[in-house]
Design a protein around this ligand. Structure first.
Ligand code: PLP
Length: 382
């Protein structure tokens, strides 16, 4: 008898994720190398048009990464007078630190609020419950790919004249409906500005850093574009003290290949989430709220909860299942934010100790892998 090696389930293997696109990526890379245009130009302009069309928004501005998409939008909001330094920006406390870094970088004050325990996102009710006269902006974070937007949130933002910037780093392609206003609008195009990240692990990942701002506001688009290119409105004419946050054409070309497959990438993620949802059946494990359609949530992560999280994680590792935690330490508990004022955040702090992300990337994890991982989870009995 020969021993068959125990199966191994990697959390993420980007080489495998990009394998199906290899031919197209090579062609696109060659096109850029041969073009002789290595900053800006047609490749970046085309990506911007394709992103604007996808979001049914008039403007998409490509920038160097997702953090810059957020921070340049917020800086542009201050420069154009939409916000003033020191204004409060309501933001979920259980986000990736980039959301908070962007707010403080622009001289604004994050108002950290606990998310809904079940969806792990803000809801309209939560937002309405935290409005004060100092709150001038709202940053919904579509965490794990779930759109944090509902009728009450849209109404609350309108009633209180909040400037809405979405952190859509994890939610490309996801949509929301507001009955009476729109039946389907893409996340990142719901508010005044929306930030996308194309970090390699995101649903649509570049082969390096990349990001974009989506907006309906021409002055904001112009200001972000100027800020990202040394603050100039034309060559050697600087209207702002800007930055260098341009997107490379080589990354734009890679992204144009992958953007083409957005709907199929997100459909594959939905199938993986469905497999987990239908197969995990362990009373010690809480599952994320299942989405009704392929676009309510684009399943950037499938995050379960468990009181015995560290034991479950070690057990899964022993059974060949790699997992991750998004995120183990909330921003307000990070050393860099030891002085950040905040109220009590029991849900955020409890989630950080309970959550585990399971493998959910198409090309790396198959539906049968997800079913097998679920069966392993079902056997967990600490
Ligand atoms: C990835 C991410 C960002 C930052 O994007 P980068 O491209 O890595 O700078 C911001 N917010 C959230 C929620 C993210 O997941």
């Amino acid at each position: 008898m020969t021993d068959t090696p125990a199966p191994h389930y990697p959390f993420l293997d980007l080489g495998r994720v990009n394998q199906p696109f290899m031919g197209d990526l090579q062609q696109a890379a060659l096109r850029v190398v041969r073009s002789g245009r290595y900053i800006g130009g047609e490749e970046v302009e085309r990506l911007e048009s394709e992103l604007a069309a996808l979001h049914q928004a008039p403007f998409a501005v490509a920038v160097a990464n997702g953090l810059d998409a957020l921070r340049l939008s917020l800086r542009a909001a201050v420069i154009t007078g939409r916000l003033r330094e020191g204004d409060k920006v309501m933001v979920p406390a259980n986000t990736y630190i980039a959301s908070i870094l962007a707010i403080t970088d622009a001289g604004l004050a994050p108002l950290l609020v606990d998310p809904d325990e079940h969806t792990m996102c803000l809801t309209g009710e939560i937002v309405a419950g935290h409005i004060t006269p100092d709150v001038k902006a709202l940053m919904p974070v579509h965490l794990y790919g779930r759109v944090a937007w509902d009728t009450l949130m849209a109404e609350t933002a309108m009633r209180h004249d909040l400037w809405v910037i979405e952190d859509g780093a994890q939610s490309i392609g996801a949509t929301a409906a507001v009955p009476g206003l729109y039946s389907s609008r893409r996340s990142a195009a719901l508010g005044h500005a929306g930030a996308l990240s194309f970090y390699p692990t995101k649903n649509v990942g570049a082969l390096g850093d990349a990001g974009a701002v989506i907006t309906h506001d021409p002055e904001l688009a112009r200001t972000v574009r100027a800020l990202a290119n040394y603050g100039c409105d034309r060559r050697y004419h600087n209207i702002l003290q800007g930055f260098n946050s341009r997107l490379d054409p080589i990354q734009a070309a890679m992204l144009r290949v992958k953007l083409h497959y957005l709907e199929s990438i997100n459909a594959d993620r939905f199938a993986l989430a469905t497999a987990y949802h239908n197969t995990i059946d362990n009373p010690r494990v809480t599952k994320p709220v299942m989405s009704g359609s392929v676009t309510d949530c684009v399943w950037h992560q499938y995050v379960i909860g468990c009181e015995h999280r560290d034991e479950l994680r070690a057990y899964l590792a022993a059974h060949g299942v790699e997992t991750d935690i998004h995120y183990p330490i909330p921003p307000h508990m990070q050393p860099c934010y030891c002085d950040l004022p905040h109220g009590s955040l029991p849900i955020t702090e409890s989630l950080a100790g309970r959550i585990i992300s399971l493998p959910i990337t198409p090309g790396c994890t198959s539906v049968s892998d997800a079913a097998a991982i679920s069966q392993i989870i079902n056997q967990f009995n600490p």
